[in-house]
Design a protein around this ligand. Sequence first.
Ligand code: CP
Ligand code: NVA
Length: 306
Amino acid sequence: MSGLIRHLLSLDDLTTEEITLLIKAAINYKNKMGKDISYKAQGKILGMIFEKPSTRTRISFESAMIKLGGGVCFMTSQSLQLSRGEPICDTARVLSGYLDCLVIRTYAQSIVEEMAKRSSIPIINGLTDLYHPCQAISDVMTVVENFGDDLSKIKIAWIGDGNNVCNSWIQIASKLGFELHIATPCGYEPRHDILENAMKEAKAPIIVCNDPLLAAQGASVINTDVWLSMGEENKEEKKEAFKHFQVNNMLVALAKNDCIVLHCLPAHRGEEITDDVIEGENSRIWEQAENKMYTHMAIIEWLMGL
Ligand code: CP
Ligand code: NVA
């Protein structure tokens, strides 16, 4: 891809083939761990601007870049002149001269879009209020590890909020052609335009309902996320609407015997998911978290054209 700068702002930036190749490359990196990994990123620098906290995305991107032989420069927006009003367009132009790729975690999707427009290096969305594309790719990697790469026969359930992670799951379901059943409380469904766009391309149904039991029935994957996302900490009353949307043993019993349970973490044990499900035999949550690093190695390699 030399000469052409690509960004990963949402899964709409990738074709089906590209997502499939990234997942294969990530699995390949996982299989090679501890053996020879060439230092493809030697001399390159990955910048990271995070306006929200992060354990997994930050450290897995940092580890991924270091394992590839490159360096990392972590910034909070508070530590940059952005916090004193320097425009995004100027920041983007200046950082493009120092860095080879930039991961941004922020609030509005328009911020990563503006940054991409003004940068001459690839921009990666490390989570916005609207999307979490890298998360969905590594989550699907975990599904592929467990069920193989033909996802056309399996049912995947999303139980909980129609949030940023859910939106990225909608986009990846549409691109890869698997059945996605989303159950949210009334009023917390995913955005209509995101669903509508995804459904135009989808090769398998994407169904939204308000019944978690229906969504979980016969599912091979049960996926969930927090009820209150970052930035919603003051919306405690929202939790009331979600009290029947907990992933517990009763819900998991409705799914297939060999179903796997996913949660992007951080989890609020006892709210959206119970302790015994997190620690239970169907849980693949720890593998899912680890897989973020291999996915990020594949994403860095691809976007930087290494
Ligand atoms: N899953 C995820 O993105 O976790 P962090 O918020 O810790 O990065
Ligand atoms: N929906 C969650 C995901 C965290 C990784 C949030 O935005 O806080």
